[in-house]
Each structure stands twice: as structure tokens, then as C-alpha cells.
Design a protein around this ligand. Structure first.
Ligand SMILES: [Fe+2]
Ligand SMILES: [Fe+2]
Length: 421
């Protein structure tokens, strides 16, 4: 079997050359997949650490031995040209499993791909983001999920919308940086439930919340071992990061004092990141603890971690100066939409804050009468679907049974400010 030997050679060559190396294989060198899948990782999940128009980061959990001998095979849907990529590995914190990761690069934008882990796992699919925002783009946000039935219902509602990706704004699994089986269960739920109507696995992005971290606030990265074990491709050295989608969208993820202080380096980085992206047509900001809470008290004098006081002081003026399109907040376990706000006051030219993290946890929110900055609140498990259509944006809140509870339309804004040039 010459082709088999050549394939083995290619696999060995790729292994020698290191993780992430991709070799094309087609014709006689094409991989021969087993007719029936005999290997299934404990969880397989997708995220991004590079431009989502041309990359995909594939991760999975298995034993060290099972993972090490299996490269990721991938090809465009409908193509017979397969490439393979070798994954790097790290121990799954506190368990005997390993997490394998490979970033597929040089992909075609707006294209369906199929992939397999080794020759003997089931085929899975994904889609890269388009290189221009000419067609409608849809993504989903939410936060405070956990692994319970409610979170799983919301997962299913999310999958039914077939979004390009899901973002969770902290308190993902509620493992508290300690309970490894809960974090693994979160990944398993994602792996089997966040699959769109065409059978594609939906990429997951996230940011830190207090329940990712032993101690909740003012800790180091070491105290958030699970979050960083799967997201440190994007959050390489800090708890904050940005992700640029071609030249049409930037997502900014902030750390509301869980492993990085709000003021100082992080705020300086935020100012520079926003200034560098004045020409970008879509800028969305995500973090966990709300600046404008819908359940917890808002005390302008309270500077304690977890109250939103520090982000109101250091981040909100930057959001306003750069006129970001929307800010996504979580942690309070309600649905909320604020009025457009400038310095906490209703202003038609202000910033929209959406939240407040009720993917799998709920509390009774304050009413707009009690908190005049709030436009709408609702007590229900929910997710938010965001649709960008040219200059129009629609933010639709759906409950865990798929019922629409709020629709908000906004228009494209300029992020250029005379003081910024
Ligand atoms: Fe929470
Ligand atoms: Fe929280």
C-alpha cells in the first residue's frame, strides 16, 4: 500500500515540523477514513485566536495517547484536497485528560469546511466568517450559563438561530476555578448542543467572570486555570483581548477585575485599541460585571471590586469618546437594555448597554422606574441575537423557549472624534 506509506510519511513529517503545520494530501495521498467512527473525543470545540475570516482554532479533550496520534484532517466542503494539522497539547487542569489544540490558518473566508480528528472520528463541520460585511451577519451573546437544564435549553435556542458564533460574557460553567468535572461538562454540552441547522459546530468566544476564578476578584491567571486552558490562544498574557474580523468588525473583551485590574494597563490598552480602530464600522465591547447593573445596587461612591464603579469611572468615558456600537454586560442574571447613555443620563447620542447574563441563571431585575437608565428589564433565561445588515443593527432578546421579549434597532455610528485624531 504505497499510498498508506506515503501518508504515514506525511504524518511523520508534519509531526517533526511541529504543531500547526499543514500538508496537502489528495489523489493517492488522500486520507482513508474508517467507514464507521470508532473514536470520539470527550468534547470538541471551536474558537478563534486569529482573524475569523481565515482561521479556525479546533480543540478537543481526550487521553494523551488518543490525542497524540491523531492529526486534524480538514478540507473545503466538496473538495477532495485534504490537509492535516498537528495539535499541541496541555493537561486538562486537575483531570487525567488532555486538551489538544490546533489553529487552522490560510482558510478561505465565508467557506464551509469539514474536519476529522484522526482517520477514525466522525466528520464535523464549520464555516469561516465572510471577508466583507456585505451580507447579513448574525451572532449571539449571553452570559452566566452553567451546566443545568436551563442553560442547555438556551444552548438549543441559540443553535436554532444558526449564528456565526456565540459569545459568553463570563460565569460560563460555574466551576469556580476548582471543579474540573463541571468545566468538562460545560464543554461536553457545547460540543453536542451548539451545532447549527446545517450540522456545523458554532465557534465559542468568551471572557472572564468571577466564577471562572478562585477568589472571584483581584486574582492572577493561575486562579482561573480552566478558562485559560481553552482561551489562552486569544488571551495570551492578559485577561483582556481584541479580535478583528477582517476590516469590518472588532470585538473587545475586558476583564472586570478578575485577573487584571480595571484601571492602569488595561484601561490604557483599551484607549489605544479604540483609537486604532476609529475607521472600523462595528465595535462591540464585552465584559462581565455591569457598569449599569439591573439587579445589584448602583452606588456611585462604592469603589469595591464587583460593583461596576471602576468601569464607570475608567471605561465608560472611553466608550463615549469613541462612540462604540454597543456594550455587553453580564453578572446580574436578568435581561436588561439601557437607554442610550452618556455619563449615566439618557441621551439619544449615547451608548447602549445590553445584558445582564441570564443564559442559565435568573434573578428579579429592578424596574426602569427604579433605575431610570434602564429602558427594559425582564425576568427570564435569555440570549441576545445580534444582526448586522449594512448600516442597521438589530438586537433581539429571546427566552429559553424561543419567545422574543425585546427588539432594539440601531444605526451605524461614526467612531471618529475630533479629539481622537
Ligand atoms: Fe453569574
Ligand atoms: Fe458573575
Amino acid at each position: 500500500m504505497v499510498s498508506f506509506d506515503r501518508r504515514q510519511f506525511l504524518q511523520s513529517a508534519a509531526a517533526l515540523l511541529g504543531a500547526g503545520y499543514a500538508l496537502p494530501a489528495f489523489g493517492d495521498d488522500a486520507p482513508v477514513f474508517t467507514p464507521k467512527a470508532s473514536f470520539e473525543p470527550l468534547a470538541t470545540f471551536l474558537t478563534w485566536q486569529g482573524d475569523p475570516t481565515t482561521t479556525m482554532t479546533v480543540q478537543w479533550v481526550s487521553s494523551k495517547e488518543e490525542g497524540e496520534k491523531r492529526p486534524v484532517w480538514y478540507s473545503k466542503e466538496g473538495s477532495m484536497e485534504w490537509k492535516q494539522a498537528i495539535a499541541s497539547s496541555r493537561p486538562f487542569p486537575m483531570l487525567k485528560h488532555f486538551i489538544f489544540r490546533t489553529e487552522l490558518t490560510g482558510l478561505e473566508p465565508g467557506t464551509d469546511y469539514r474536519f476529522r480528528i484522526g482517520l477514525d472520528s466522525a466528520e464535523k463541520k464549520f464555516r469561516t466568517m465572510p471577508n466583507k460585511a456585505t451580507n447579513t451577519i448574525e451572532f449571539i451573546s449571553g452570559g452566566d450559563a452553567g451546566v443545568g437544564e436551563e442553560a442547555q435549553h438556551t444552548n438549543q435556542v441559540a443553535a436554532k438561530q444558526s449564528p456565526s458564533f456565540v459569545f459568553l460574557g463570563g460565569d460560563l460553567a460555574y466551576e469556580n476555578g476548582t471543579f474540573a468535572p463541571i468545566f468538562l461538562q460545560f464543554l461536553k454540552n457545547y460540543s453536542t448542543q451548539l451545532i447549527d441547522e446545517k450540522g456545523r459546530l458554532i465557534p465559542l468566544l468568551g471572557c472572564l467572570g468571577n466564577h471562572e476564578v478562585r477568589g472571584g476578584y483581584r486574582q492572577t491567571r493561575k486562579e482561573a486555570p480552566f478558562f485559560y486552558s481553552i482561551f489562552d490562544g486569544l488571551f495570551k498574557e492578559t485577561g483582556y483581548a481584541s479580535l478583528d474580523f477582517g476590516d469590518y468588525m472588532t470585538l473587545i473583551f475586558l476583564d472586570s477585575n478578575h485577573t487584571t485590574p480595571i484601571e492602569g494597563e488595561q484601561t490604557a490598552w483599551l484607549a489605544k485599541t479604540l483609537k486604532d480602530r476609529q475607521e472600523c464600522p462595528n465595535i462591540f465591547v464585552f465584559y462581565h460585571v455591569p457598569s449599569y447593573p439591573s439587579f445589584r445596587p448602583i452606588d456611585l461612591e462604592d469603589d469595591e471590586a464587583g460593583t461596576g464603579a471602576a468601569s464607570r469611572k475608567h471605561w465608560v468615558p472611553l466608550f463615549e469618546r469613541h462612540n462604540v456600537d454597543a456594550v455587553f454586560e453580564h453578572h446580574d442574571h436578568t435581561f436588561k437594555r439601557t437607554h442610550p447613555l452618556i455619563d449615566g443620563r439618557v441621551d439619544s447620542k449615547g451608548i447602549l448597554y445590553l445584558g445582564d447574563g441570564s443564559w442559565g441563571k435568573i434573578r428579579t431585575p429592578k424596574s426602569p422606574k427604579e433605575r431610570p437608565y434602564l429602558a427594559v428589564t425582564h425576568e427570564a433565561y435569555h440570549l441576545s441575537l445580534h444582526r448586522i445588515e449594512g448600516d442597521d443593527r438589530f438586537h433581539v432578546a429571546l427566552t429559553d423557549s424561543g419567545k422574543i421579549v425585546d427588539v432594539c434597532a440601531t444605526r451605524k455610528k461614526s467612531h471618529l472624534h475630533p479629539a481622537n485624531s
